[in-house]
Design a protein around this ligand. Structure first.
Ligand code: APR
Length: 228
């Protein structure tokens, strides 16, 4: 059975009503990355960081998968599918995907600020200053902030190396090490990018660019791959 690896970013969740980061009106227009998504910002003002993620967590908990998330699950009729996502929503899992790697963490999880392995599922609930983990330290979002290591990047790179088909959906490929994953594919495999815009890194002629929204573009690509 051929192995398809799908790398997703905020664009796949846009049609589920969740904001992207760098489009106009995106999250980084209204917030400073340094203040709400960095370890320095956390130590400077925990409340501001918790508030930023509490709002996003509640929105994500109410969001539903769109046709793109569902189309990816349909690929499993004929292919082994692994999703590597930069997204911190759980829309892939809500759509029914099981093999999902979250490079940047998950909004529905909280962790001890002292022990990254002490993780609890909090669904859409808020975290407040004074909410403690079982080790007595402050709970924080289980999100990989700028300046923090990405624990799953090596696992993800080894999976991309094994891909027979590689699909990138809805990411500006602006953030490393995630963006660097596109260089781990075997020579000559089919590579697709679904995005209304044109991320620089995928300008090569070895990419098939589907310049559409994910909810339209991915179901069409899946039909094509299932019919081949
Ligand atoms: N369908 C497909 N792609 C879309 C859609 C859509 N409906 N709407 C927007 N896009 C594309 C944009 O053209 C852009 O290329 O999705 C991409 C979104 O890019 P970003 O906002 O930069 O999001 P992402 O690439 O996921 O950001 C990566 O940056 O801030 C960090 O940790 C955060 O995981 C995030 C990382």
């Amino acid at each position: 059975m051929q192995h398809i690896v799908v790398l997703t970013g905020a664009g796949i969740s846009a049609e589920s009503g969740l904001k992207t980061f760098r489009d106009s009106g995106g999250l980084w227009e209204g917030h400073s990355i340094d203040e709400v998504a960095s370890i320095e910002g956390w130590y400077r003002n925990r409340e501001k960081v918790l508030d930023f993620y509490n709002k996003r967590r509640e929105q994500a908990s109410l969001a539903t998968p769109n046709a793109a998330h569902i189309a990816i699950t349909n690929l499993e009729k004929k292919f082994r599918v692994t999703i590597i996502t930069q997204n911190v929503d759980d829309l892939h899992e809500k759509a029914g995907s099981q093999d999902v790697i979250h490079l940047h963490g998950l909004l529905k999880e909280a962790r001890s600020e002292n022990d990254p392995d002490l993780i609890i599922d909090i669904g859409g609930d808020p975290i407040h200053v004074g909410d403690l983990a079982s080790d007595g330290s402050q709970l924080r979002p289980n999100i990989v902030w700028f300046g923090e290591p990405v624990p799953m990047i090596e696992v993800a790179a080894n999976i991309v190396l094994k891909a027979d088909i590689f699909i990138v959906i809805g990411t500006s490929l602006a953030v490393y090490p995630a963006a660097g994953l596109i260089h781990y594919t075997k020579e000559g495999i089919p590579k697709y990018i679904i995005d209304p815009n044109f991320p620089e890194l995928t300008m090569g002629d070895d990419w098939t660019h589907i310049r559409e929204g994910a909810a339209m573009g991915m179901p069409k690509l899946v039909d094509e791959l299932l019919d081949n």
